[in-house]
Design a protein. Structure first.
Length: 97
């Protein structure tokens, strides 16, 4: 699966960064174990290629994002395209049945 990423920034763990009302840096991350190739535009020295994709959930809202650690507990965070996020959620629901 091809997944396009958009750069959000460089954040320490515990920061109040939120996507769709989910504070991703303060919630627990669940690694998405599906074969994916991530791509996107390189910004601020952060390359979006071959990032790990995570899922975070808070109050029933779920969000998918990609991140990689650079430094101690500091991450370059990328937002996943909405189309890819919908596909991932459908595949997850199908696997849970």
């Amino acid at each position: 699966m091809l997944v396009k990423l958009y750069y959000l920034g460089y954040f320490p763990r515990g920061n109040e960064v939120s996507l769709n009302c989910v504070k991703i840096m303060q919630s627990e991350w669940e690694l998405v174990e599906m074969p994916m190739f991530t791509y996107g535009r390189r910004e601020n020295g952060a390359t979006p290629y071959f990032c790990e994709v995570f899922r975070a959930e808070e109050d029933g809202n779920a969000v998918y994002f990609a991140a990689y650690e650079r430094g101690y507990a500091k991450y370059h965070v990328f937002e996943i395209s909405s189309r890819a996020a919908r596909k991932l959620e459908k595949k997850r629901e199908k696997m849970l049945r």
